[in-house]
Design a protein around this ligand. Structure first.
Ligand code: ADP
Length: 612
């Protein structure tokens, strides 16, 4: 494709993007806060009246002055001048009051409302999007561009609508200004128009440069933001201090900041020439316009009142043309930025979405020849996994670090889809189930579970709780061995976790955090419980307690249990040993221990030494 053709397509693309964004923002505003349009209508009335008065007043005053100087009725002309002055003062005052209320005040309230609305919708979409996108740099870039594009780059919904409003109000004013100019000094119009076209051209070149910088800055901003986030987050404070990594982090931030500075610097250099050209166009336009109007007045072709009105109209016309030219490009630019938000909301899902309901009662899990490699990775992490987990069965998965144990759990929970083969529940491919219903089958505790700066109770229930829930939580706290610890907290289970938002908040120990996560999984009361190394941070006594309570905790539910401590496998009906990306051994503890030179037997005897 030729360069000219590509450019034409890009332009058509920008116009389409602008149209789509405007329609979207107008519909959104109409649906969520229609009052915003009332505010714009009142502002339009005020702006058009102010501009009209700005054009008319010099003519009215000048005509009175000329008639007065020509020997007219002194009293009458003085009276008229006073009247115009009073109207002017009154109009200015009224315009300012309306302007400050419907301009600044209403605007900032509505802007705040829409910004929150957008932030929430971005967060909601981010939470709902396929899990694999949370690790996809392209998806993260789109998310970042949506956030930035809808905040200070475009000004959000109100920023885009403001720009549209400016266009409309300027078009109305231009019609009035142009009518005056065409009637009194017609040649002024083509001069203004020619200047506008040239101005538009240079401004458009600058806008292109700015949009290109936005593309480059988005990734830099994300990395820069990440490093600052790490530096300022208290949860990273220990690691950063103990490994003296503040300097290293600071240097990284500095590097990225320099790269961002370079992008801005390049942008300033590239736009400089166009800005100078715009200044020259403005100067030439003013010189030609004033020379022409002055010539008409000296030659007696227009009155002094017309002269004043023409100067005022030319100025208003110029300001409005200027506003409309830069506004048009600003509108395109803002729409292009804001469109990133729409792109993010419509970011294509990677996983199939099923509708099927999960049947009640017992469930059989089957892995049928499952192989998997992570998105954008080259190597398979799991190969040809065949495994059946019966209802109520307790399966222990063991293997060295990196053997693929957690990956298997992630596949089962459908955080990722298998690359080959299929996972079936009750004989149905899990892709066919409704995501929401399917996820309710599982209560999972991953190694890297997260607690939130909410109360302990909320961290366990993860939903609104009533008094019945209170009793259940107490029971679960007892079962997980957290009761005594909770009694010591100032506000019991209502104590906030972390001190970030509550000075009376508490910091839990590693073991307490892990027990809280286990309590969360138990509260969920799902038919399949998965514990991915839940006892790694527990001391041996606590670990023993958890094991002892294990049967009570998990009861007759299906349980999948990943652990490095093989003694825990004795509690399980079956053990799957992962090595070389697949299941190498499978059987009960006694069967596997009896295998000569078996991986499990070797690992078990190796660990048993430490317990003897
Ligand atoms: P295990 O739980 O047995 O320690 P994992 O299932 O966590 O092992 O990891 C198996 C392999 O997959 C490892 O080589 C790990 O580096 C890789 N891996 C884990 N998570 C991801 C990911 N999100 N993207 C790419 N590779 C991953």
């Amino acid at each position: 494709m030729t360069e000219a053709k590509t450019e034409q397509n890009t332009k058509l693309g920008s116009i389409r993007i602008c149209r789509e964004t405007l329609l979207y923002m107008i519909k959104l505003a109409w649906k969520e806060k229609p009052v915003v349009f009332l505010v714009y209508v009142i502002r339009l009335c005020k702006d058009v009246f102010s501009r009209a008065w700005e054009i008319l007043l010099p003519k009215l005053l000048m005509d009175e002055l000329v008639l007065f100087l020509a020997g007219g009725d002194r009293q009458k002309h003085l009276h008229n001048v006073c009247l115009y002055a009073v109207i002017s003062v009154g109009a200015v005052l009224l315009a300012n009051i309306i302007g400050s209320f419907f301009g600044n005040h209403a605007r900032s309230v509505l802007d705040e409302w829409f910004q929150e609305y957008i932030d929430i919708s971005i967060a909601q979409r981010a939470m709902e999007m396929d899990f694999e996108h949370t690790e996809d740099p392209d998806a993260l870039d789109v998310l970042n561009k949506a956030r930035e594009g809808m905040s200070w780059y475009s000004g959000g919904v109100v920023g885009v609508l403001d720009q549209l409003y400016n266009m409309i109000s300027n078009i109305v004013v231009i019609c009035g200004g142009a009518a005056v100019v065409i009637v009194t000094c017609p040649l002024l119009f083509p001069v203004q128009l020619a200047a506008l076209i040239l101005f538009l051209y240079f401004n458009m070149r600058n806008n292109k440069i700015e949009v290109a910088s936005f593309e480059k800055l988005s990734k830099r901003n994300r990395i820069f933001g990440y490093i600052f986030f790490q530096l300022s987050q208290l949860c990273y404070a220990k690691d950063i201090r103990l490994y003296n990594s503040a300097d290293m982090m600071g240097r990284k931030a500095d590097d990225h900041s320099k790269q961002m500075y370079n992008v801005w610097y390049e942008e300033a250099l590239s736009t400089r020439g166009n800005l100078w050209a715009m200044d020259v166009v403005n100067a030439l336009r003013d010189a030609i316009s004033y020379f022409y109007i002055g010539y008409l007045a000296i030659m007696g072709r227009i009155t002094l009142g017309d002269f004043s009105m023409c100067v005022a109209a030319a100025s208003v016309l110029y300001q409005s043309l200027f506003a409309i030219s830069s506004g048009m490009q600003n509108l395109m630019k803002r729409c292009n930025y804001a469109h990133r938000y729409m792109e993010f909301l419509e970011y294509p899902e990677a996983m199939e979405k099923g509708m099927r309901s999960v049947k009640k009662g017992e469930h059989i899990i089957e892995f049928v020849n499952v192989s998997f490699k992570y998105p954008r990775a080259e190597n398979y992490v799991l190969r040809n996994i065949n495994l059946t987990i019966k209802s109520g069965e307790h399966l222990s998965i063991v293997g060295l670090n990196g053997a693929g144990k957690t990956t298997l759990v992630k596949l089962l929970c459908r955080l990722y889809d298998v690359t080959d083969g299929a996972i079936l529940i009750d004989g149905v491919n899990i892709k066919e189930y409704s995501e929401d219903e399917y996820r309710r089958l599982f209560a999972v505790v991953f190694q890297d579970f997260q607690l939130f700066a909410f109360s302990l109770k909320e961290n366990i229930a993860m939903e609104e709780t009533g008094s019945a829930a209170q009793e259940r939580i107490e029971e679960i706290l007892r079962l997980t061995g957290l009761s005594e610890d909770v009694q010591k907290l100032s506000e019991g289970m209502d104590t906030m976790i972390f001190k970030s938002y509550d000075e009376h908040g508490t910091e839990l120990s590693g073991g307490q955090k892990q027990k809280t996560a286990i309590a969360r999984a138990l509260y969920r009361d799902a038919p399949i419980v998965i514990l991915d190394e839940p006892t790694a941070a527990l001391d041996p006594i606590a670990e023993y307690e958890i094991y002892r309570q294990f049967e009570t905790l998990v009861g007759g539910k299906t349980a999948i249990y990943i652990s490095h401590r093989l003694s825990s496998c004795r509690f399980c009906d079956k053990i799957a040993v992962f090595a070389d990306d697949t299941i190498k051994e499978y059987g009960s503890h006694d069967e596997l221990v009896a295998l000569e030179s078996g991986i499990y037997a070797e690992m078990f005897h190796e660990q048993a030494k430490y317990y003897q």
